[in-house]
Design a protein around this ligand. Structure first.
Ligand SMILES: [Zn+2]
Length: 94
């Protein structure tokens, strides 16, 4: 399955691969047990409530599921780096 074919289950936007280790840093503590060592993808649409989801769409994590103070690493794949004021995913704070 190629990455290009993975689309956000909610907004159908493109996605970028994410590492489970990266997700553990941003997801709320009580949801960490849901993150397994499998493939995840970030939704590239900063207006979408979905932050990331598992490759099989079994699990989706929404804006409300991550720590508001979390800073995504630059390699997280969030595509909103160019609009720091408009990003609502908490990944573009300075
Ligand atoms: Zn989306």
């Amino acid at each position: 399955m190629s990455v290009e074919n993975i689309q956000c289950p909610v907004c159908q936007s493109g996605s970028k691969p994410a590492k489970a280790a990266s997700l553990l840093n941003i997801v709320k503590d009580d949801l960490k047990h849901l993150i397994l060592d499998e493939s995840y993808f970030f939704c590239c649409n900063s207006n979408c409530e979905v932050i990331f989801y598992s490759e099989d769409y079994e699990k989706t994590f929404l804006l409300e599921d991550i720590k508001l103070t979390a800073e995504m690493p630059e390699t997280s794949g969030c595509g909103c780096n160019s609009k720091k004021d408009g990003c609502n995913k908490g990944c573009c704070s300075k």
